[in-house]
Every structure is written in C-alpha cells, then in structure tokens.
Write a protein that binds this ligand. Sequence first.
Ligand code: MN
Length: 675
Amino acid sequence: MTDPLDEYRQKRDFARTPEPAAERTEGSGTTFVVHRHEARNLHYDLRLEHRGVLCSWAVPRGFSYDPTDKRLAVRTEDHPLAYEHFSGRIPKGQYGAGTMTIWDRGSYTLVKAADWDAAMSRGELKVVLRGRRLRGEWHLVRTQQGPNTWLLFKSRDVYAGPSRDSALGIDLAAATAATALPTDLAAMRWSAVRAPFRDPDWLFEMEFAGRRCFAERDGERAALRGVATTPPAVRDGLLALRCQRATLDGVLVALDGDARPCRTTLDRALAGATTVPVVYYAFDLLHWEEYDLRPLPLLDRKAALRALVPEVPGVLYVDHVIGNGPALLDAIAAAGLPAAIGKRGTSGYRSGPAPDWLRIEASAGAAPTTAAPAPPKAAAARSKPSNLGKVYWPAEGYTKGDLLAYYHAVADVLLPHLRDRPVHLNRFPDGIDGKSFYQREAKAGTPDWVRTVPIEHDGAPVPHHVIDDLETLLYVVNLGSIDLHPWLSRTHSLDAPDWAVLDLDPKTAPFAHVVRIARAAGRLLRGIGLRPLLKTSGRFGLHVFVPLQPGYTYDHSRMFVEAVARVLVRELPDIATVERLPDRREGKVYLDFLQNRRSQTVVPPYVVRPIRTASVSTPLTWDELEDHDLTPQRFTLQTTPARVATRGDLFRPALEDRQDLLPAIAALDDVLRQR
Ligand code: MN
C-alpha cells in the first residue's frame, strides 16, 4: 500500500521549508483546520482529518455562508496531522512559497457517515464544522471537470444567510470559552450625562423607551429574561437567529400612535390589553455558541450581532453612528426622541454603571433641523462659506456646498490624519475643469486663528497651513481646495516621517495590475513582520502605508520602500516598474517610492480628488482586494460617509500601530538573498 504522504514528501525540501515532516500520527479523528495561504494567489486550504492525515482542498475564493454561492475547491495532496498547528513563511523557490496562517480550527463530523470511502468515491461529502469562523453543515461535491475539481458550498441550516466568510465576521481570539449561557448577568448601564460630542473612539445609538432585558436562545428554547411572557413574534425572531445559542442585550419596545417607543403602550401590550406589535431592539451580543464575548470590544460584538440577526419583525438590530454624536442627536431631536447612548467602541461588557457608557440628551435648545445638509454652523462664524451653489463637478453636478458638507461629515475620521502636519493646498476655485494652483505658502491675509508653521525654504521661512480642527479644514476647502496634501512627518519632527508610503500609480495600466502588485506588496510586508495598511489613492491607484516608530529619517524610509519596490518589480516584471520617465514605463504600474522625502506630500484617507467621479481616497481591508468588483471609483463623495458610519476609520492604525523598521529591514535582506 502506498503512503498517502508520499506526494507531500516529494514536493518539499525539508532542509529548506519550515513545514512539518511527512509522518503519520494518531489523532482524534475529528480535527479540521483551514489555512489562509498567501501564495502567488491567495487561497484557503480546508483540511479534514482522516486516518492519520489531513485531506486537503484549496479554495481560491474562500468560504461563503450563502448556499447559492458555490466555490471551487481543488483537491490537493494529503498533509500530515502535525500541519494542524503549522503557520509560518514558506521560502521562495519552495512548493507553496508564501505565508501560511491558521484561519480556523475545530472539530468536524461526517454527516450520516459511516463511510468516508464511499462518500469519497461517490464524490459527495457532507461535514458539520465546529470552528470559530466555520459552523454548521458544508457540502463538498466533485464535478465532472476532473478528479480533483470539487465545489464547496453551505448547506441550508441555521447558520446559512447572506454571503460572509465567517459565522460572525469577527476575530474570536479574545473571547473566553464557556460551555453554558451565562447566568451571572447584570446589565451594563450609563454612568453620567454629557452634552453631544465628537470622538472617533465612540459610537452613538438611539435610546429607546421600553423595557431593558436579556434575550436567550438555546437550541429550540428562546425567551426573554425577567419577562413573564415572551411575545410570540420576539420568540420567533430569536429562533431565527443564525446560531444555536446566544445571549443578547436589548430593549423591548412598543410604539404608540405617533410611532414613538412608549413604555405605557408596552406595559399594556405585555398585559394583553392591546395587540400593538412588540419588538426587541438588540444592541449587544454577550454570548455565542461556546464563547463568552463579553471581553471583546463593543464594535466587534456589534458586528457579530449584525451578522446573527435576520430580517424578521420580532427582533431588530440597533445600528449606530461612529464618532459624530451631534449628527445623531440632531436626528433624534428632529424625531422628538429624548436621548442617545454613547459607548466607547473598544469597551468590554461590564455589569453596572460604567464610564464607557454615557447618556447624551437631546437638549431643549437644539431645535429640530428641517433643512437639507446646511453649511456647517460652527464654521460659518469664522470662515463664511461662499459660492456654495457653484458646480465643482459638472458631469455629476456636485457643488462646492456638497464638498463642504462631505468634509463636515467625515471630519472626525479625516482630521486625525491631517493634524499637526504641514499641508500643501491644491485649489480649484472654479471646479475641476477650471484653472487650479498648487499652494505651499499660507499667504498674507490668512486669518490669525488658522495655525501655520514656518518652514525654511531657500533660506527663508515659509509659513505652511496646519489643519488641526474642523474650522481650519472648512476654511481651506472654502478657499477652493478639493484634495489636501499633508507631509509624511509632523511639525515638531519634520525630518522624521511617521509614515512610509508606496504609491502604486497605474497611469494607463489596468487596475487589475495594481491589485496584483498590491497583493504581492501586502504578502511581502506581512512576511517580513510588518502590518501594512491599504487605501485607494482616490484616483486610479492604491497606496500602501507603514506607520513608523520615531527615530527613522526620510533616508531610511525611502531606501526601505525602494527596496520593497525593487523586490516587487523583480517578482512582477511584466506589470511593475520603478522607471521615473513616463515614456519608458511601457504601460506598467509605476511603483513610486520617491514621495518618502522631506517636503513631499501624500494624499491622506478620506479626501476627495479633483477628477470627474469625485472619488475619495478610501481605506480598504486587504481582503477587499479579492473582491472582483473592486474599483476605486466606487468610493465617492456621496457613498463614503455611509461606509465610514458603519466601518469606522479603517486607517486608524496609521496613527496608532507605529512599527519598527529595523527587524523588517533584516528580514527583507533575507528575502533578497533567497532570490
Ligand atoms: Mn495552499
């Protein structure tokens, strides 16, 4: 009998790859593991334990909980059981070169399965997975296209639903294992009352008048805690949650004749005195399956809750606004409702009054606004917005007023990236088709409340604008600025950049090539221990950022990014170039590392670009590169505020996750040597 690990062994040189040796071992018989494998093409390797080895399928597009979404799964060689715990970098030149990380792991059972061999020869395998991301029944079916070509899809069970690759869509590493639903529950409560405020670290939810209670689902049992009779629609809603077990926190609400939540109406409905519908508004998720989620950040718990709640009448998800308290309070006041709750996005769930929860009241003075997005009031006092009706984008019809309203809407996420940096302006007083001028110097006549910083240029100090607050932002936009161009270093350390930037500029090259290079850049940078960030340039390219710890100069960052660019050009010579002269680029994507210099600038996230589509430089997750519909023009002045409201600032790590280049430089050196 042949050894099932022969193929695994033959493909690898164990003197060079860190992967485990080809040995068969005894296991539980029920292990499954999924590796995220960033090889030349990103894919996921699903591995099921059987007879001492891991039977493997490569799934290029990953998993989907939508049962109609059938994914190609290519049967690959069996792996040793020890691979269950393997993660690391497989060096260049070795089979499967790239980074292998454990994406999910757990136990599985074969459905009706007495016989694995029969299922395999029939080419139809049904398994129930119990992992952190993958749950419930999955179906593997061999196609006619070849012995190794299979399809993988979700069976229709409680977990099935809209397309997503994880049951909850969040990382459960910080959750605690807990076999039973928690019994020690007491509600988290607000601890103080505050006026509306803006803070990108906080989210804001509407407060509902009703009855606060926990809701539990355990298999076929569903009930509200402390409520004598759970209304049938609420019970049906809980039984429709996309899980087996959960504890939710929320408010039971009934609406009065004016469609406002009303406690009296609720009491009458619960007593059976009226048939007004009762709805459970869920705003938190404390437990899921075998995990206590209370230690996780609130934003993760809410994302998980959103993934669990289906569209049914009895249970609704309470959405939130990130950062902009006043915007939600205006809406609340306009609706005649009393208050919002502000919650710190990173907070865990704690019982009792907590400083991470604040009540924010719609003050009597804040009269409901009826007008359309008016020019911001606060700024009007100082900078008097002018020519609001002037059309800046003739094709789309966007006006200067639209641009000011946009910047007002995203100010909370944009300003931290502008703060304390000299900025160059690019002014288009007559819109994108009119004359424009690039302006470094803050001219005489700049109001004294606009911060400027003198920077020596040709032997003389030249004042530069610094945009630290909303008023200054709206002031420079009112001057006709469309996009903004801050330095890569800050005013108190002009020679020490805190961002290293690789600009992937396609000019005439197709965007698909930019995506391929960005994938390779992400793979390379993660492989040498960095945590790079990605965003669209807002025009046609992509920007890769690495936030830097203090102590590096522009020479360091430029040489590092140049080395990265040259590795990428070597890897993808047909589509990437570092050729400075546009005529010599032969339609390839230009990898620009020269922005990493004193007095050069970069476009920060969330600024609008002066091009026809009014597209916005938008932070992306690396996985969004796998989205076949991705185009930078999808993110515009019109669509970006909604994305920011639900996803927050994906570029926040550019300010907080400052990284050490030295170990990365050493690791990059190793990579260069291997080639
Ligand atoms: Mn693989």
